[in-house]
Design a protein around this ligand. Structure first.
Ligand code: 13P
Length: 253
């Protein structure tokens, strides 16, 4: 099965022209580009191959609109060409106080309206220091809370992409600033897959890894067949670097 590469641009770049340049350079098969929502329409109009994703969405989806200051609805995202949405990113958990309960509401709503969800889970450095068992327990709790009620949406599991993204491995984070070892990432991903099957009999679209993925380590990471793709942050903002990542990934089955 081919690997999936998702670019999370976070709050970058600073101009529309730079966003367009970057999107054109990143437009390839097996890629999802997630720019800030203000650039979605424009990027949608130039993408020919890659899919488009948002970095967040609100849980209520009133049509045509509602009184939710600052929020963007699922229908608005879909109209702007987005097929995917990132939910549960650790930066939103940390800076916006997003809880598993909030993430769960967003996830159920997005799936119900057939938006593909890229759900991020992963432990902080304090838990990592306690060892793999603590990390597994932490991730299990996040997963079960975020997926509460998924039983009623089983047919939508094909629209769910799970990302194991340990907080300590994110380049801009408060942890080690380096990627997880491929062995550990694979072990955690196997654990997540096992949980999905035993708890929900759920077979999701993909389970991928995020955290300091670069052209230098992506091959070693994706060579593990259980790691079905990568969520890329800072390296997705450098056109040449991201192209290398896409190329390497396309050569691995
Ligand atoms: P980096 O690739 O910069 O570590 O960011 C990872 C990330 O947060 C993607 O969602």
């Amino acid at each position: 099965m081919s690997k999936l590469i998702i670019a999370n641009w976070k709050m970058n770049p600073s101009s529309e022209s730079e966003a367009i340049r970057l999107a054109k350079a990143s437009d390839a098969k097996g890629v999802v580009i997630c720019p800030p929502s203000i650039f979605l329409n424009q990027i949608h109009s130039i993408l020919k191959i890659a899919d488009l994703g948002a970095q967040d969405v609100f849980w209520e989806n009133p049509i045509p609109g509602g009184a939710f200051t600052g929020e963007v609805s699922i229908s608005m995202l879909k109209k702007s060409g987005a097929s995917h949405v990132i939910l549960g990113h650790s930066e939103r958990r940390r800076y916006l106080n997003e809880t598993d309960e909030i993430i769960n509401k967003k996830l159920l709503s997005a799936l119900a309206f057939e938006l593909k969800v890229i759900l991020c889970i992963g432990e902080p450095i304090s838990i990592k220091k306690e060892g793999i068992l603590a990390a597994k327990n932490f991730v299990k709790k996040q997963l079960l809370k975020s997926l509460a009620g998924i039983e009623n949406l089983k047919t939508q599991a094909k629209n769910l992409i799970l990302t194991y993204e340990p907080v300590w491995a994110i380049s801009a984070g408060l942890g080690t600033g380096h990627a997880d070892t491929p062995e550990n990432a694979a072990a955690m991903i196997n654990y997540i897959k096992e949980l999905l099957v035993t708890r929900y009999s759920l077979s999701v679209n993909k389970v991928i890894y995020g955290g300091s993925v670069t052209s230098a380590n992506v091959a070693r990471i994706l060579e593990y067949k259980e790691i079905e793709g990568a969520l890329v942050g800072s390296a997705s903002l450098k056109a040449e670097e991201f192209k290398k990542i896409i190329k390497i990934s396309s050569q691995i089955q």
